[in-house]
Design a protein around this ligand. Structure first.
Ligand SMILES: Cc1ncc(COP(=O)(O)O)c(C=O)c1O
Length: 399
């Protein structure tokens, strides 16, 4: 893959006709090192956030050795790339075929579930294996999150108590997991969730072996400035140490996706037409800018002009449209860009390493060009680099 100092050189040298994913593996490595050093338990990377092999390798370099996988394809990707890594299949609804292949062909032992029917399915598909780690996904409050994940999965109340008891009988390790919702803006979300878990453990009268506090750790975006990640880790650690005495023999896991990779990619797009304050781009909500549509995320945007002088002008707010014929391919923003931005200008949108790259489709035939690796820093960061000698700069596996 070609390397460039920044997206400016990608635009100038390649003059790309289609959007280009610009990957910053060094940012993924830095985030991984931060979680490995500072999170008070084991961090499993949620592969769905960005399964690009360059990013996976960068996380591995940063010390990530465990992965939260959601599909058989993710199991195969991680199993083949990092044969000694631990995988946990944390999708609460899986096909029998996927469970069987994961267990027998890839050595996966940890599976999540939120109902008795899925428990039966896992037991049947593994021929009643005796070495399973079974994680009950409990429903928790998602009100601090920008993207709620509470409507589809999770068990609560008496049903949760019954399921915990049933799983305890069949599991070599009983796990409890939850998700407070993605981009959770307050550490208190984990305090409330851990209190709920504690109540359920007491009511069920079971001993848990692992508590998995899920994903939801935030990244920085314009207008969305969360507290530092250390405040989240401290809140979890405080609950763990002071308020949950029965968990002292229990392992602590997390499944961060967004926080590990948000800073690790930007997308270089081009303006195809301007109408007043609306810019029509060659990238949109069916591409990497999915979350700029319905969820209304705003990303750092910078104009890159290659074929004409780039005179400094003031900024103004723009609305954006993507390239497809669908009218939901629209991004209200506002995105602040130079007033004279016009067709032929490139725009780099940053902080798209989580879910941006992963959610691209080829809808209406709009594809992307070959990705590039860029060496500059993300527009926003919540990490400081670990001290290291210059010569030991990050080397990717296989490079
Ligand atoms: C089970 C599970 N774990 C982890 C994650 C990662 O969440 P985040 O990217 O918010 O950290 C998700 C996201 O959907 C998830 O469904």
């Amino acid at each position: 893959m070609q390397r460039f100092p920044s997206a400016v050189e990608v635009a100038g040298l390649r003059r790309p006709e289609l959007p280009v994913a610009c990957l910053r593996p060094h940012a993924a490595t830095r985030a991984a090192e931060f979680f490995v050093d500072r999170f008070p338990g084991t961090s499993l990377y949620a592969v769905k956030a960005n399964p690009d092999p360059v990013i996976l390798d960068a996380l591995y370099v940063g010390g990530i050795r465990a992965f939260d996988v959601a599909s058989l394809n993710e199991v195969m990707l991680i199993g083949e790339r990092f044969p000694s890594a631990r995988m946990a299949f944390m999708h609460p609804v899986k096909s029998r075929h996927a469970i069987r292949r994961a267990y027998f062909d890839y050595g996966v032992r940890d599976f999540s579930l939120d109902c008795a029917a899925e428990l039966d399915k896992i037991l049947e598909a593994t021929d009643n294996a005796r070495d399973l780690g079974l994680f009950v996904r409990v429903a928790v409050d998602n009100s601090d999150a920008m993207l709620s994940l509470s409507r589809k999965f999770g068990v609560d109340g008496l049903e949760a108590v019954d399921l915990l008891r049933a799983v305890r009988h069949r599991a070599a390790r009983l796990g409890i997991c939850f998700h407070v919702g993605s981009q959770s803006m307050h550490p208190q979300a984990w305090v409330r969730a851990l209190q709920r878990v504690h109540q359920l453990i007491l009511r069920a009268g079971v001993v848990a072996d692992v508590i998995d506090v899920g994903g939801g750790f935030p990244a920085r975006y314009p207008g969305l400035e969360p507290p530092p990640l250390t405040a989240y880790f401290e809140a979890i650690e405080r609950m763990w140490a002071e308020e949950l005495p029965i968990t002292y023999t229990c392992d602590l896991w997390a499944e961060p996706g967004r926080a590990l990779v948000a800073e690790s990619a930007s997308i270089l797009t081009r303006v195809e037409l301007r109408k007043g304050d609306a810019l029509y781009l060659n990238e949109g909500t069916y591409g990497a800018l999915f979350d700029a549509g319905g969820p209304g995320f705003v990303y750092p945007a910078r104009r890159i002009r290659v074929d004409r002088p780039d005179e400094p002008t003031g900024l103004m707010p723009f609305r954006l449209y993507g390239p497809t014929c669908d009218s939901i391919d629209a991004m209200a923003g506002p995105f602040w860009l130079p007033q004279d931005t016009d067709d032929g200008d490139y725009i780099e949108f940053d902080m798209l390493g989580a879910y941006g790259m992963a959610l691209r489709t080829g809808f209406n035939g709009f594809m992307t060009e070959a990705p590039a690796i860029i060496e500059d820093e993300p527009a926003l960061t919540q990490y400081v680099a670990r001290e290291r000698p210059a010569a030991a700069a990050v080397r990717l596996i296989g490079s």
